[in-house]
Design a protein around this ligand. Structure first.
Ligand SMILES: [Zn+2]
Length: 98
């Protein structure tokens, strides 16, 4: 599987992707994105698939912030459904292959 990219561009914003060990630390939140800080944090303790899933989930939130699309910001379940659909699309079409 491809390595997690070091930065992601969503619209005009370039988000550094920071893999931080113990980010979740018992919490269920494995990632976070902030338009204000322009950064995406993901828990480095997750396995590759979990990190990709989390990254895509945070990217969907970043797209919501930028384009006001996909789902209400509070609808995290919908955001996750989109993230999983994206992940499977990328994986099934070999975009994530090394
Ligand atoms: Zn979320």
């Amino acid at each position: 599987m491809k390595l997690i990219p070091q930065e992601i561009k969503v619209g005009p914003y370039v988000y550094p992707v920071i893999q931080r060990k113990h980010f979740a630390a018992g919490d269920a939140k494995f990632g976070k994105q902030s338009l204000w800080d322009e950064e995406i944090l993901i828990d480095a303790d997750l396995k590759e698939t979990g990190q990709w899933h989390t990254l895509l989930h945070e990217c969907v939130h970043a797209m919501q912030d930028c384009f006001h699309c996909f789902a209400e910001a509070s609808d995290d379940e919908k955001v996750d459904q989109i993230a999983i659909a994206l992940f499977l699309f990328l994986q099934d079409n070999h975009f994530l292959d090394e």
